[in-house]
Design a binder for this molecule. Structure first.
Ligand code: HEC
Length: 156
């Protein structure tokens, strides 16, 4: 677990540009429909089954470790017991098949529209997603759990 964390942190230094075909890119609301299947269309979640994507999302987005965690969750999925907004979860979120550009659009929608309260943070860019993903290709849902900044996620 510690190794995965170190590799992901190191990858931050290696920024690789990725070409984006902007015209083929789905928008945030469209991409979020896949999340809504579990977390509900407004991100309210289902207590005990699917965590609400609310105040903790803004806290993650405002914190470097939290941003790494968000990218890992939408890339590799998530598995392992956790407490979010004061409620316990021991579920499994499958990996989401998103390009770097799609992940950036999706996370910006999550932070600025779904999360409550919405926070003003730097946009996720294709570049940042690519850098955070580099070196973590073999990671899985459990590595995401190891990356979670619990202090930011647990509070209401
Ligand atoms: C098949 C159901 C399912 C889908 C689809 C899904 N999730 Fe999840 N998600 C979960 C479950 C279950 C958890 C909690 C996992 C655990 O208990 O370890 C979770 C956890 C999370 C967390 C961590 C919350 C925290 O406070 O740590 C985030 C962020 C998240 N999901 C975002 C998303 C986004 C964004 C999408 C769409 C790209 C998505 N999820 C799609 C089921 C799902």
């Amino acid at each position: 677990m510690r190794l995965a964390q170190a590799a992901c942190a190191l990858a931050l230094g290696a920024v690789i540009a990725t070409a984006v075909a902007a015209q083929d890119l789905a928008d945030g609301p469209t991409l979020f429909t896949r999340c809504a299947a579990c977390h509900l269309p407004d991100g309210a979640g289902v207590p005990g089954a699917f965590p609400a994507l609310r105040a903790q999302i803004g806290r993650y987005a405002a914190d470097p470790a939290g941003r790494t965690y968000l990218v890992s969750v939408v890339t590799h999925g998530l598995m392992g017991p956790l407490t979010a907004g004061g409620v316990g979860y021991a579920g499994f979120m499958p990996a989401q098949n998103l390009s770097d550009a799609e992940a950036a659009v999706l996370l910006n929608h999550l932070v600025s529209v779904i999360a409550a309260p919405a926070v003003k943070v730097p946009d996720f860019t294709t570049l940042e997603i690519g850098a955070l993903r580099k070196g973590c290709e073999a990671a899985g849902a459990q590595e995401s759990r190891a990356l979670r900044p619990d202090a930011l996620g647990t509070a209401p």
